[in-house]
Design a protein around this ligand. Structure first.
Ligand SMILES: [Zn+2]
Length: 230
């Protein structure tokens, strides 16, 4: 009963090795890394878009107040100054000066804002290029990855066939337990007892457990839940 299960695990171990080769391959690492880079750049792009909307809002507001100040200035400039009295002239001069100052301040702010907008556009370009480069590398990595998987396909199919044949011979309860742990990425599931310890997790077995193992030939490890055999 245990023998065929161990044989099953041995064959499955070859599958595990291939799976590991594939998931830990350089191509897979490149693909994963590029996915991360694209995701990060996309988050940055969302932030940049928010920033540029804010900048655009600020720009439009400034443009509006610039136009308002310009209107005020034009109104004063249209006055027939020779017909106005001294007080009005004084008043107009003061207001005109104020308006000119306002316009200068607005112009300066607009210049600053333009700089920020240019900077934001640059950042956007940068992120966009980062995404393009990453997508290109991702595609290349995927190609290598696919080739790797395809190259192993025949071997994988053969191993799976062998496993299927063996599945009929093994104890179904043990097989179910095995498959569950295998799905949880635990391998090997069946481990020998070595020096009175579980060789899966190195935990020492209490005397009571050792007796049980002597009797049943198999024992579930209380620590890692692998099946210990003798
Ligand atoms: Zn254990």
């Amino acid at each position: 009963m245990l023998e065929s299960m161990l044989e099953y695990q041995k064959i499955d171990g070859k599958l595990v090795k291939i799976e590991k080769e594939i998931t830990e391959s350089n191509a897979k690492k490149v693909v994963n890394k590029m996915v991360g880079i694209v995701r990060e750049a996309q988050q940055k792009i969302v932030q940049i878009e928010k920033n540029s909307n804010n900048l655009l809002d600020a720009f439009q507001k400034l443009q509006k107040s610039f136009e308002e100040q310009e209107k005020i200035a034009n109104k004063f400039l249209k006055l027939k100054l020779e017909t106005e009295n001294e007080e009005t002239l004084q008043n107009v001069e003061t207001k005109l000066k104020q308006t000119t100052t306002n316009i200068l301040v607005i112009e300066k702010t607009i210049a600053k804002l333009s700089k920020s907008i240019t900077e934001t556009l640059k950042q956007f370009e940068l992120q966009k290029n980062e995404v393009l480069t990453a997508k290109k590398k991702h595609a290349q990595g995927m190609n290598v990855y696919k080739n790797l998987v395809e190259g192993k396909q025949a071997e994988v199919d053969k191993l799976k066939q062998d496993l299927q044949k063996l599945e009929k011979k093994v104890d179904q309860k043990l097989l179910a337990k095995y498959k569950k742990m295998r799905d949880d990425k635990i391998f090997p599931v069946f481990v020998p007892m070595i020096n009175n310890t579980c060789s899966g997790c190195s935990m020492g077995l209490p005397v009571k457990q050792l007796h049980k193992l002597d009797e049943d030939k198999m024992l579930e490890c209380e620590n890692c839940h692998r099946i210990i055999y003798k």
